[in-house]
Structures are given as C-alpha cells and as structure tokens.
Design a protein around this ligand. Structure first.
Ligand code: C6P
Length: 408
C-alpha cells in the first residue's frame, strides 16, 4: 500500500508536474487520454539517441545488434507483464487502435455474410468503427450489448445476443468514459462456449490490473504504451499463437517477409509477419523503461491508490449542487465524467483550464454512449498515481468557481 509520502516521491519523478498553467500549478487529470512520463522514461529517450539508435533485425553491426537486443528484450518484458505464453504472441503496433484494426482486417478473411460480431454500447470509437467497416463490406451483423441507466453492461442482453453465429465479441476492459470495469472473464467464458473469439480492449486497464493472459484465456488483448507512462505511437496486439498463425499478414513490405521473388513471396514467422517496415524502435525501447516504472510501484498499488482517489472525488464532486456524475460509481477504476447544470462541457473545460486543471471535454471518442445519456459531451477527470487528494479539493473548489463564473 502506498503512503502519502510515497506519492510525493512519485510526483518528483514527473518533471512536467512542476509546470505552471496560466500561473496556476498544473493539475493534470486527463490521464485516460494519456499519462505523463516519469524521469526514467524521459532519460531512456535521450539514452536511445545517444547510444542505441539504429535499425533492427537487419544489421550485422554493433549498434543494430544492440537495438535489436533491446527491442526483443522489451517484447519479452511485455510477455512477462501480461503473462503471455510466448513472446511471439506480442505484436508491436502503433497502439490500441491499430491493434484492433489489424484483427478486424485479418479476421475479415474468415467471415462470411450472416456471421455476427458483438460489441457494447460503451465502446470507444476504435472498438466500433473497424467492426462497422468489415460488417458493411462482408454483410455481417453487428450487435450491440445494451447498458443500464447506470452504465453497467446488461449481461442478460448479452446472453440473448450471443449464439453459434457469433464469431467475435469485442469489449473494453474499462470504459474510458465511466471508469466501469467490465466482467470480462465471464464474457470470455460465455463467448467461448458458443465458439466465438474474444478481443478485449485493454487501453484503460493495462496499468491498473495484473493482466494475465493465462487466467483470462482471451484470444486478443490490445493496449497502448502511452496510457501506462510510456511513449505515444506504440502499442501491442496480444494474440494466441494458434490464431495469429492462421491470419494472413496485415501490411506488406520489409521485415514481414521470409523470401521475395517476382514469382512468389513467403512470409516471416510470428511476430514479424505482422510488423511490416521499420518499427517504432525508440518507442519500444523507451516503453521498457515505463514497464519498469509500473512494475517497481506495482500494478495493484496503482489500482488501489487510484480507486481511493476516485472514491474521494466522487464524494466531493457528488455533493455539488447541479452536477451530474455519469455511471455506476460503486466500483470505479479512476475515471469520472460529469456535466454541470446545462453548461456546455467546453465552457466548463475552458474555465478549469484557466485555473490550471487539465480535463478532457467533448464526446470522449464515445458518441453512442453520449447519445445514450442524451448529451453531446461530458467533462472527464481521470486520475493517475501522481494525483493527490489536495488536487481533488482544488478541482472541487474550481468547479464551484466555474459555476459562479458561468452563472454571472
Ligand atoms: N482513449 C481517451 O481520451 P489509442 O489512441 O490507439 O492509443 O487508444 C484508443 C483507445 C481505445 N480504447 C479505449 C478504451 C481508449 O480509451 C482509447 C483511447 C483516449 O479516452 C484517447 S481518444
């Protein structure tokens, strides 16, 4: 368990937190969009360009070997981090979005008209649009699990949607709007009973839980480095080897080939079959430093602390006259979305920004969920390991100030 002094020590590792915004100390609570980076990550970027930069998997020279070793070392680190069976099941992508697109593109070769895919009403656009596109192309039926008024998944509805026709169920582990943690293990088990594959969008969960591929027995799990204190532009598709091996390559070019001739080209084995072109070498290597950071603190410590923070935030913000907090807040992972009276979320976000508080406003890349709640946007506060209870008090006071300013 982390004590207050531990959090203060952790904060010291994030130089950006010393920034002033409009002469106020920065209160960064937009962590669901991207987390800030600790010193060891920032230093790893510098180290990469000082002593490692080189292309990978293709050079006989010292630097190329060094870069290749470090890239593969991070692949192994991620394998251990999520308890995957083999490092070849870890495919580097640009991020969660590309990982989902990869699966959508590859699985479309095996699907036929009338097959069904199930998603939920709370999904991020990245876990809606790729399935819509392939559904339109092939004539699949895209079914959507409904949610209750409190945002929780309607599991009875899921039971009524799933059948032998279902080929894939694709669900977020944690909602990026409501912070709700979905019962993914139950969903995976039921889906498998019907012979369906399952993809879990772990974008918001990756630094919260000990994610265990063996325990979950999930077919695909996708996530991005930048939501776990690592760099942007790099992420992972975890896929079970026996499934990935049946998939055709996603993109074509260097790295993913075994042998090229004008007559016929053969492809590399996993994971390289899905990694065409020069990868984001810097991103991968630097991600390694972020994983070390998370591991040193302990994912369960991070989650426990975030849950405490958000519980406090819900209590304080919930007492404000005219605030509407969305979603079930009995077990929240660290994300709360709200609206104030009938104020436009951009107005609220802009005033909070002037007070030094970084929140996200708008549709939060989840327009169907906004429609469900009958709004065009929300204000979202999302917490991380370096946030403090004092910052939540400041958010509370700043919201009161915002109401006064707009009401004037
Ligand atoms: N959500 C947010 O502010 P990328 O952009 O590919 O790293 O992740 C996409 C993505 C997919 N699924 C979920 C549940 C997500 O939260 C995100 C990213 C950010 O909510 C940026 S839009």
């Amino acid at each position: 368990m982390l004590l207050e002094e531990d959090i203060l020590e952790i904060r010291k590792k994030f130089p950006i937190l010393n920034e002033k915004v409009y002469s106020h100390p920065l209160v960064y609570i937009d962590n669901a969009a991207t987390t800030q980076k600790p010193l060891q990550v920032i230093k790893a970027i510098k180290k990469y360009y000082y002593s490692i930069n080189s292309n990978v998997h293709r050079g006989i020279h010292f630097l190329s070997q060094k870069a290749t070793y470090q890239v593969e070392n991070v692949r192994n680190k991620i394998q251990k981090f999520i308890h995957a069976n083999e490092s070849s099941e870890i495919i580097f992508t640009k991020g969660t979005t590309e990982s989902i697109n990869l699966v959508a593109s590859c699985i479309s070769f095996f699907l036929k008209k009338g097959d069904e895919i199930i998603i939920s009403h709370m999904e991020h656009h990245s876990n809606i649009v790729p399935w819509q596109i392939i559904s339109e192309k092939i004539g699949l039926t895209l079914k959507v699990i409904s949610i209750y008024e409190n945002g929780l998944l309607n599991l009875e509805n899921f039971k009524s949607l799933i059948s032998e026709k279902t080929k894939l169920v694709s669900i977020s582990h944690i909602s990026n709007v409501l912070g709700i943690i979905n019962p993914i293990k139950w969903i995976i088990n039921l889906s498998h009973k019907y012979g369906s594959l399952v993809l879990i969008d772990g974008a918001q969960a990756i630094s919260n839980f000990d994610i265990n591929m063996q325990d979950l027995n999930v077919d695909f799990y996708v996530f991005s480095a930048h939501k776990m204190y690592g760099p942007t532009g790099i992420g992972v598709l975890y896929g079970k080897k026996k499934i990935l091996e049946t998939f055709p390559p996603y993109q074509f070019g260097g790295e993913m080939i075994e042998n090229v001739s004008f007559k016929k080209t053969t492809y590399s084995k996993l994971p390289f079959k899905f990694e065409a072109g020069t990868p984001n070498i810097e991103g991968i290597i630097v991600w390694g430093a972020a994983i070390d950071f998370v591991t040193e603190i302990g994912v369960s410590n991070i989650q426990y602390y975030k849950e405490k923070l958000v519980k406090y935030a819900i209590k304080r913000l919930g007492s404000i006259n005219g605030i509407k907090l969305y979603g079930d807040n009995t077990k929240n992972s660290g994300i709360i979305s709200f609206n104030l009276n009938s104020f436009h979320p951009f107005d609220v976000g802009s005033i909070l920004d002037r007070l030094g508080i970084a929140v996200r406003t708008g549709h939060l890349c989840a327009q169907p969920l906004m429609n469900f709640f009958g709004v065009t946007g929300m204000v979202r506060a999302s917490f991380s390991i370096y946030n403090t209870f004092e910052e939540i008090d400041y958010l509370f006071e700043s919201i009161l100030k915002t109401i006064n300013i707009i009401n004037k």
